[in-house]
Design a protein around this ligand. Structure first.
Ligand SMILES: O=C(CO)COP(=O)(O)O
Length: 191
């Protein structure tokens, strides 16, 4: 999605076009946009979030570290910086879902362990409490993405701060996708 009104940059769709065809959600800050296309937090991603919300599109706000960032102990620094770019541009979090997607787990078959994912989700919730509000921290959904499948979803879904999943490859297999959907028992929020 583009971040300007009626903008039609190469490869991008404008928010107006998306609304026009009945789209309700946009995924912003996905690692492929960050690391392949080179979108950065301040210039693009935060502004896109604000513009999408202003056009009544709901936002799935993706964050996540590269493998080398995890290995250098920078996971929280990276995720908090990405969160700040969203938080600097979002005033109402009602229509926002945060997706933690460690880049090393996307499409690789290497899923984060439930403990690794829970650790980041809890830290992001804590960051929201300190930097946005206790209310947003307790109500916003934080979902996990990265090699989720029918075999690993149940253990991930048990974790307190994992509120759902952003599923890539496994969504192409109907029965597996149903298993993943059903693994997320009702937690804080439903939508
Ligand atoms: O990038 C993803 C969803 O945006 C995750 O893809 P996979 O579930 O195939 O790892």
């Amino acid at each position: 999605m583009d971040w300007k009104r009626r903008s039609f940059h190469w490869r991008n769709s404008s928010a107006e076009q998306l609304v026009d065809i009945g789209c309700q959600w946009v995924i912003l800050g996905h690692s492929e946009r960050r690391h392949v296309i080179g979108e950065d937090d301040e210039v693009f991603i935060g502004k896109k979030a604000a513009y999408a919300l202003s056009q009544n599109l709901k936002v799935m706000a993706c964050i996540g570290e590269l493998l080398e960032e995890r290995e250098a102990g920078k996971t929280f620094d990276v995720c908090f910086k990405q969160m700040k770019a969203f938080a600097d541009n979002i005033t109402d979090w009602t229509n926002v879902v945060i997706a933690y997607e460690p880049v090393w787990a996307i499409g690789t078959g290497k899923v984060a362990s439930p403990e690794q994912a829970q650790e980041v989700h809890a830290a992001v919730r804590d960051w929201l409490k300190t930097n946005v509000s206790a209310d947003v921290a307790s109500t916003v959904r934080i979902i996990y993405g990265g090699s989720v499948n029918a075999a690993n979803c149940a253990e991930l879904a048990k974790k307190e701060d994992i509120d759902g999943f952003l599923v890539g490859g496994a969504s192409l297999k109907g029965p597996d996708f149903a298993t993943i959907c059903n693994s997320v028992t009702s937690k804080k929020v439903t939508a």
